[in-house]
Design a protein around this ligand. Structure first.
Ligand SMILES: [Zn+2]
Length: 139
């Protein structure tokens, strides 16, 4: 079983259990997953983003500043992340580990991770931010 943090088309965040990542994909494609708050079936995995480098650079400082400015700035955060970080999709946990353990050069990445991956990364001391990002279609 795998726990995913999900987001509906209205930006509600919730968690749901699936047999596997494929189980999630299948159910999501069939519209079988609905938001517990509003019933919306337009559900996507919440974005887990981005990894903070071990040696904090200017990028990290700028990002932290944007984050503390509050939710109305989330669109700006998203634009910043997309412009400055590499999208690694559902390989976020895997890629963050490779960077953390020095297997690949450090860089800023963003992508999706399950709640289990997030917990495991925290235990391993891998820095990342959990970032609820509004969808582009939010008005
Ligand atoms: Zn909802």
């Amino acid at each position: 079983m795998i726990l995913f943090e999900l987001k509906c088309g209205h930006g509600h965040l919730f968690e749901a259990w699936f047999n596997s990542g494929e189980g999630y994909e299948t159910q999501a494609a069939a519209g079988a997953i609905s938001c517990p708050l509003c019933g919306d079936t337009d559900v996507t995995k919440a974005i887990m983003a981005p990894r903070i480098r071990r040696s904090a650079g200017a990028a990290d400082e700028k990002l932290k500043k944007l984050l503390v400015q509050g939710h109305e700035k989330l669109a700006a955060v998203r634009r910043y992340v997309e412009a400055n970080c590499d999208y690694v999709g559902n390989k976020f946990a895997e890629e963050a580990r490779r960077i953390h353990y020095g297997e690949v050069p450090a860089r800023d990445i963003y992508g999706e991770a399950s709640s289990e991956d997030a917990a495991a990364m925290s235990e391993e001391g891998i820095g990342f931010l959990r970032l609820p990002v509004p969808s582009r279609t939010d008005s």
